[in-house]
Design a protein. Structure first.
Lengths: 146, 146
DNA sequence: TATTGTTATACTCTATAACTATA
DNA sequence: TATAGTTATAGAGTATAACAATA
């Protein structure tokens, strides 16, 4: 791996193919407990980043507030998050993960992410894992630039 | 970059986040000419791999034959691909890219892939491009293993 | 029996538009 | 005016089920 001439166009095209495939497979895979892909993304942002408002989460995930609202409504209905009115701003609600939500995330993580992790440890060398680990934050940065 | 202890679970979680973000951004981006994401994926497989049947393309893209059929019908309607009955097997049709299809792919590639390529060359170092280039085939392999 | 392709239907995820309430 | 959130509606991209034709 790693000669120096890299064609951005080619990298773009092959990234596009590979992430399309991978995301489709993850969507098809058995769910994490009963969490859909966007639900588990929102939940894990709340878990990692602490309580936040719906608008903040929508900005982080780069989707519309309405879409995030729909996702969050489902999570709240099942008791995985709770809403507290923000005392300093009457328009806002602060969302946080409930114990049941944390349990859904961590204990029942027997679905998609686990599947991915298993495939990674079974079929990839340590050197390849390093490449993927280093690539992940770059992909996230790329998503912010496109 | 690159100490040796890599936690597969952590890599899985961060890949999942980053590819989700990136694919959403690409879907939102202005289209390549007038090609949707699955259309351009199918077209570029036909272009790179030569004529193929619908079932073959569906397997390669890991989607159902019905979904691929819908995508291909749209491409054919606009004259970007053509269908020839397979002389050796009456059930099959062999698909190939027309000149108009090739033009739609290459000349009008001013949309998503171009946007991605521009972001890559403007905001990423050569070393980072190497990481991404090396990661792409690993992601594709991962999609086949999950 | 298995495979190729089609038609019909429905689900998930996301978007935009229009609205209310608060800042 | 601008922002947070809601409700309603629509579109893209998938899936599954049921079928006809061919192998």
């Amino acid at each position: 791996m790693g000669e120096e001439r890299v064609d951005a166009q080619e990298v773009a095209a092959s990234l596009r193919t590979s992430i399309g495939l991978l995301l489709r497979r993850m969507r098809q895979a058995p769910a994490d407990g009963d969490l859909t892909l966007p639900e588990s993304a929102a939940l894990s942002r709340l878990d990692r980043g602490g309580p936040a408002t719906a608008a903040e989460l929508a900005r982080q995930e780069q989707i519309s507030p309405q879409s995030m609202g729909a996702t969050l409504a489902g999570l709240q209905e099942r008791g995985y998050i709770e809403r507290q009115p923000d005392p300093t701003d009457g328009r806002r609600y602060v969302l946080s993960v409930t114990p049941a939500g944390a349990e859904a995330m961590h204990h029942r993580r027997s679905g998609r992410t686990r599947l991915l992790a298993d495939a990674l440890s079974e079929h990839f060398s340590p050197a390849e894992l390093v490449v993927l680990r280093d690539a992940a934050p770059l992909l996230e940065r790329l998503a912010g630039r496109v």
